[in-house]
Design a protein around this ligand. Structure first.
Ligand code: HEC
Length: 401
């Protein structure tokens, strides 16, 4: 039903065309216009994906393209499917790079559509925003040694990226660029032992090695991740993750070949600090003591992770993770129940890290409480595991002393 209503207007019959609408600029009574009201929102929150060469399937970055999609835009923002940003605004923020829209912005796009998607005056357009997505400095650019063409529908493969360090470095930011956006579903970067990775890679003639859920090899820790919409990540100022000369990166790439089969050669950029940064760690929170009964709906599981380190921790960010049966995941502070990050509608396709602007100080006697909810549409019991049909209730926590 909605589609019928929208098509009418998308075909260029503005609902209020009798009230002075159309392309005329300068009619203040006509309601929001593209250049004055909509573009300031979309150029910040939509167009890094919705432009030629972006990851979204269509552009929205000109009046003509946006007008065609106005009804879909209104529906997508009203129902909060777009822009993709899973964390609730009511918990733990403000997060760096929060691209979710305010209620006022949603109302502007909706009114613009309802008023006939008026163009307005190009002179009202805001100054263009530059690509905010680049690393401020690049110290290393490396690509997978050879291209790989995925063979399975869901193909999880790890590849070595060797930063060839001769001394310890502190990684303060990274940028992962998938070689083929058609097949790369997501990427997780792990720091692993060089010899272990080389042995694993040598086990067969195919590039890299099979891995799901982790690097499947002696792992020191995680360094970062890319999922659709992901851009360069700069760690909170004055912090970074140390890597050593005997370590390499294992790039875990999840390929999905449902829509295309083509070769990929993903590349990675790293930014190094001065060496004086505070060491940060991506601490894995593994809540694995669950068993989801066949056909269970809204099955929930929670676990506590007391701070066992003996000192206060500065918690800067979170990368929550579940598989495809996940519905919700949240982390709160033990004791105070302070909400730290809440994903009320989990979506496997939009995983990202959420960095706070200031650290949450987790006391020596505190800890984290993680809670997950799933639906199990299968006739089998589902437990923790690496397989696509298994589940996880997991988060990486980015923390410093
Ligand atoms: C991080 C990248 C990204 C950003 C930012 C983004 N989109 Fe999208 N958008 C996508 C991708 C990818 C798809 C196709 C896959 C999907 O539907 O999830 C899509 C699909 C859509 C669709 C069609 C599907 C639907 O759910 O209706 C609309 C409409 C849309 N986007 C509007 C917007 C608007 C409006 C904004 C800004 C307010 C925006 N998008 C921001 C990546 C993005």
């Amino acid at each position: 039903m909605f589609a019928v209503a929208v098509l009418t207007s998308a075909c260029g019959n503005p609902i209020n065309s009798g009230t002075g609408g159309g392309a005329g600029g300068g009619n203040a009574a006509a309601g929001p216009t593209y250049y004055k009201d909509v573009l300031p929102i979309t150029q910040v929150s939509c167009n890094n994906c919705h432009s030629a060469g972006g990851i979204a399937p269509f552009a929205l970055d000109t009046y003509e393209t946006a007008k065609l999609k106005a009804p879909l835009m209104a529906d997508a923002v009203t129902n909060k499917r777009m822009p993709p940003w899973l964390a609730s605004k009511d918990c733990g923020g403000p997060f760096v790079g929060d691209r979710s829209l305010s209620d006022a912005q949603i109302a502007t796009i909706t009114q613009w559509f309802q008023n006939g998607a008026l163009e307005g005056n190009p002179a009202d357009a805001p100054a263009p925003v530059g690509a905010a997505d680049a690393l401020p400095k690049v110290d290393l650019t490396k690509q997978m040694a050879v291209a790989y063409t995925p063979t399975l529908k869901d193909d999880y493969r790890c590849f070595t990226i060797d930063p060839e360090l001769t001394a310890e470095k502190v990684v303060t930011g990274y940028d992962i660029s998938p070689g083929s956006r058609a097949v790369v579903h997501h990427v997780i970067m792990y720091v692993v032992n060089r010899t272990a990775a080389a042995n694993k890679d040598a086990q067969d003639a195919t590039p890299g090695w099979e891995c799901f859920g982790g690097a499947n090899v002696n792992t020191v820790g995680a360094l970062g991740a890319w999922a659709p919409g992901g851009a360069a990540v700069v760690f909170p100022a004055g912090t970074g993750i140390r890597i050593q000369p005997n370590q390499v990166l294992a790039l875990q790439v999840h390929y999905n070949t449902e829509n295309a089969v083509e070769a990929d050669q993903t590349s990675v950029k790293l930014m190094y600090g001065t060496g004086t940064e505070r060491s940060a760690y991506l601490i894995p929170i593994v809540a694995d003591q669950f068993s989801i009964a066949p056909n269970a709906q809204n099955y929930s599981h929670a676990e506590d992770f007391p701070n066992s380190l003996g000192f206060q921790l500065n918690v800067w960010g979170f990368l929550p993770h579940m598989h495809t049966k996940g519905k919700k995941i949240s982390l709160t502070a033990m004791g105070t129940n302070e909400c730290l990050v809440d994903i009320p509608r989990w979506d496997f396709h939009w995983q990202t890290q959420y960095f706070r602007k200031t650290a949450f100080q987790m006391p020596r006697t505190g800890g984290l409480h993680v809670s997950c909810t799933w639906d199990n549409p299968t006739a089998s019991t589902v437990t923790w595991g690496e397989g696509t049909s298994d589940e996880m209730c997991f988060a990486f926590v980015y923390a410093t002393l």
